[in-house]
Design a protein around this ligand. Structure first.
Ligand code: AMP
Ligand code: MG
Length: 395
């Protein structure tokens, strides 16, 4: 048995970053940047009004009310490109360029105006209601670094600097193969001794969320030659095999891998659930053998497969995000293995996050697992009381 950290460092060592490609910005969310995003201009590109109102010379408003001559109008997209003098004002709209000579904007609500003159009722100071050119960013600055994932939150930055196409890492192709003679397709009614394949769609969804391009392969029975043939015929960056990795008579995944000449890097991890997780390589294809129990499959995906998928994309977020939470119930870890317990999260009134270990009757209980928001880390042999602070991994 190797520690979880060792397993992860082996995966890191065996994982090679994929090439990059350029995609349309509209299709880039979820992808990992393979170039730095650099500002091609200042933002804002001109002194911009924050308000609908009047651009003025601020000292003119030292004593209010004051009447000023309206000499023009500056609208968004159509500025007034002359110089404002003392005693003058320009009607200005939000987002419009502030004319030269003006150094403040008074909002329309604090004015009264006709076609020719405006009366300003409130004083303004130099700079009021103006965002200066370059205040948000100066030209030539790196605004998002390579390795960041494109999200709904940061995509507008790409757009603002003209990245209609953006260079991103290629998506790892992942094939998902469930094994087990008892497993039937979701659309089938399970016969005697059979169960539906719930793992493949779950892993498919997890892969997509991690930025990969998954394909589900039809489930394979516990048959050595069929298993070998299916593994051998795969051409993919990553193959996930679920089931058949423990020590039962019909657990054939490792045997199939050995007979195919795959290099097996680990096959037992000090982890609960997920001890029999396997990591191997056949040619250029990385292979993960995950235990068939749905909760074990999910936990080992998060700890191991996700790391590989993220690193293949050069993602800066390859490590699980961790934090701390207060336990709502006492819990204990396995004696000799580190435990990752599925948990739901809440916030307490005094500003903490609380974690509730989900009720589950073992690693087969995917109904208990379905409300999982994080995994509670319990070191081997540790017991925790309600109220203890524990380390959690966000999933
Ligand atoms: P195994 O890892 O093959 O020993 O399987 C462990 C448990 O997980 C058994 O109860 C299997 O029936 C179940 N299992 C295996 N594969 C799947 C799957 N694709 N979907 C749901 N349950 C599965
Ligand atoms: Mg099995």
């Amino acid at each position: 048995m190797i520690p979880i950290s060792k397993a992860i460092s082996i995966i890191r060592r065996q994982t090679v970053q994929l090439a990059s490609e350029r995609v349309d910005i509209e299709r880039s969310v979820g992808r990992v940047l393979a170039e730095n995003i650099v500002s091609d201009d200042a933002l804002p590109p001109f002194d911009r009004s924050q308000m609908d109102g009047f651009a003025v010379v601020s000292v003119d408003t030292d004593h209010v009310p004051v009447s000023l001559n309206i000499v023009g109008e500056s609208a968004a997209g159509r500025g007034w490109h002359h110089r404002l003098k003392r005693g003058q004002a320009v009607r200005i709209m939000t987002g419009a360029p502030v004319p030269g000579g003006a150094d403040a904007v008074q909002k329309v609500e604090l004015t009264a105006f006709t076609e020719e003159t405006v009366t300003i009722f409130g004083s303004v100071k130099k700079g009021n209601n103006i965002v200066r050119r370059g205040a948000e960013v100066r030209p030539g600055r790196r605004v998002i670094s390579m390795g960041a994932r494109i999200t709904p939150e940061n995509i507008a930055v790409l757009a603002a600097f003209g990245y209609s196409k953006v260079r991103v890492a290629k998506q790892p192709r992942v094939a998902i193969m469930s094994t087990g003679s008892e497993i039937v397709a979701i659309g089938k009614r399970p016969g005697r001794d059979q169960i539906r394949n719930s793992n493949s769609v779950m892993l498919d969804a997890l892969c997509r969320r991690a930025g990969a391009l998954p394909t589900i392969i039809q489930q394979v029975p516990d048959d050595l030659s069929e298993l070998k043939a299916k593994i051998r015929s795969r051409k993919t960056d990553v193959l996930i095999i679920t089931g058949g990795v423990s020590v039962g008579k019909y657990d054939l995944t490792k045997l199939a891998l050995r007979e195919l000449g795959a290099e097996i890097f680990f096959e037992k991890v000090r982890l609960r659930p997920g001890k029999p997780a396997v990591f191997a390589r056949l040619g250029n294809m990385l292979i993960f053998g995950l235990p068939g129990n749905p909760v074990s499959s999910a936990v080992t995906f998060h700890l191991f497969v996700k790391t590989a998928i993220s690193l293949m994309q050069g993602a800066a977020d390859a490590q699980l995000k961790t934090g701390h939470a207060l336990l709502t119930h006492a819990t204990r870890g396995a004696k000799e293995r580190d435990t990752y317990l599925p948990a739901s999260l809440a916030t307490t009134t005094d500003g903490h996050i609380s974690a509730t270990p989900l009720k589950w009757i073992g690693s087969s209980d995917f109904i208990g697992y379905s409300r999982t928001q994080a995994l509670i880390f319990v070191p081997a042999g540790r017991a925790y009381q309600a109220g203890d602070a524990v380390k959690i991994a966000f999933i």
